[in-house]
Ligand binder design. Structure first.
Ligand SMILES: [Zn+2]
Length: 462
């Protein structure tokens, strides 16, 4: 082997090992992780209480006093765990959040038992390995490590492991704690899931930090008509009116705009991008309207990052093949920029009415409006994330994100606790298996994430 190759090989092995925690810490994290994966905590069929109890037992064994451990929730089987690691109290606490319910998984849909923790070919397999048990296990493993090492933070570090993030619903733990146990989780800010590292063909591209989310709202478009016999059609037809309204909507786009978070996102992305969009991405960060048009047209993700979107997702109409329709209706799903959102979704509603432009087509909010406020772009947090990222993975950019989906962060943001999604796990862009079949986490990524979260929380707490 040529000497330079040997050198590259050796240095890359060293670098990989450098980012790993000491062996006993890895073993502890792995044991907690395995235990969590193997407890059935499926959103509809499982329970989170056994997870909370298993974690509480480990914390007590590690010397955490009972007074600093809380277990409770909306119903007995959907408990949350909150633990407080006491600091000097010089600053307001940090909250570290992760959810312990998982998306359902059926044995026959997987190539292995989803509730057996398996290590194979450099990956940990099992439901929840990426969403969200890795972060849950590491928050606890690192907290136990801080205690053993005698780390004295200048603020309390609170870990909350919560129920029912998947699908939300009445037992959602983050919402329940914010409402019923606010004092237990009150913090200056919170770290949560929602941002992870992006890899492409094994190369680390960026470490994403989720700063805000879009809001979620459904609208119902509805046309009612007196109907009649289908052998005697008239021009005024519920299905045609709805179809025409939907056609107008399909050709409409909400205004393109940027905000504090998305400007920072496009500015960083322009530094990473090497392809033909590089210059346009930089121009978007400066608010160039033509560049925004081109960037939005180039990718559904960028389009959804630059505007509120509304799209038809369901249809209903008519009651018989031989009758004129008395009803035609459509569900319109909207993902709304934080700056376009308010409790009643007034702006989006009025815009849809203008686009529909037909007084016979009623437009109304349907179901719950899920507002998500933006967290401020705090330089102390962003700098800490990029410092630790750069230390572990030199040259990897920290990318602030507004994600188009939703996490429990919205409950905390609504409760006035700014929340940032950051994990330090690197996942292949084209192999995201969360919620899907054979969910997995690379072993290297898990342990590097352990180091990342350990260092990050330390940096923010001293
Ligand atoms: Zn999740």
């Amino acid at each position: 082997m040529p000497r330079f190759l040997l050198f590259i090989l050796l240095s890359s092995i060293c670098l990989r090992a450098d980012n790993l925690p000491p062996e006993p810490e890895r073993q502890l994290a792995r044991a907690i992780y395995k235990e969590m994966i193997e407890i059935p905590s499926g959103f509809t069929t499982g329970a989170t209480t056994p997870v909370a109890e298993a974690v509480a037992a480990r914390l007590r064994a590690a010397g955490f006093p009972d007074a600093d451990i809380f277990i409770g929730g909306a119903i007995p089987k959907k408990a949350n765990l909150v633990v407080r690691y006491r600091g000097t109290g010089r600053r307001k606490p940090i909250l570290l959040l992760a959810h312990t319910d998982v998306v359902e998984a059926r044995r026959e849909d997987w190539s292995m038992d989803p509730f057996q923790f398996v290590e194979k070919d450099g990956y940990f397999y099992g439901r929840g390995t990426s969403d969200d048990m890795a972060q849950a296990a590491l928050w606890i493993a690192n907290l136990i490590r801080y205690k053993r090492e005698g780390f004295q933070p200048d603020r309390d570090i609170i870990v909350a492991l919560t129920a029912d993030e998947e699908g939300g619903g009445p037992y959602n733990g983050a919402g329940w704690l914010a409402k019923n146990q606010r004092g237990l989780i009150d913090a200056e800010f919170c770290l949560n899931e929602g941002g992870h590292g992006e890899m492409s063909a094994g190369k680390r591209i960026s470490n994403d930090i989720q700063v805000s989310e879009k809001s979620y709202v459904d609208f119902r478009l509805e046309v009612r008509n007196k109907g009649g016999h289908s052998s005697l059609p008239v021009a005024d037809n519920a299905i045609y009116r709805l179809a025409a309204a939907l056609d107008r909507l399909s050709r409409f786009g909400f205004p393109l705009k940027t905000n504090e978070v998305t400007r920072a996102y496009f500015a960083e992305l322009a530094k990473i991008e090497t392809g033909p969009m590089k210059d346009d991405l930089a121009r978007v960060a400066q608010g160039d309207p033509q560049a925004m048009e081109r960037v939005a047209a180039a990718s559904p993700v960028w389009n959804s990052t630059l505007r509120t979107t509304c799209v038809a997702t369901q249809l209903e109409g008519g009651h018989a093949p031989n009758a004129l329709p008395q009803l035609a209706a459509a569900n319109i799903n909207c993902r709304v920029l934080p700056e376009d959102s308010d409790e009643s979704m007034h702006y989006v509603l009025e815009t849809l009415r203008k686009v529909v432009a037909d007084s016979q087509v009623s437009v109304a909010v349907s179901g719950e409006v899920q507002i998500s406020l933006a967290s401020p772009m705090r330089p102390d947090i962003l700098n800490a994330v990029s410092r630790v990222t750069d230390k572990l993975w030199p040259g990897v950019h920290t990318l602030p994100m507004m994600v188009t989906g939703a996490t429990d962060g919205r409950y905390l943001r609504d409760a006035g606790i700014p929340t940032y999604g950051v994990q330090g796990f690197f996942i292949e862009r084209d192999d995201v298996r969360a919620h899907g079949r054979d969910e997995r986490m690379s072993v290297q990524s898990f342990y590097e994430g352990q180091t990342f979260l350990y260092e990050l929380v330390k940096a923010l707490a001293q």
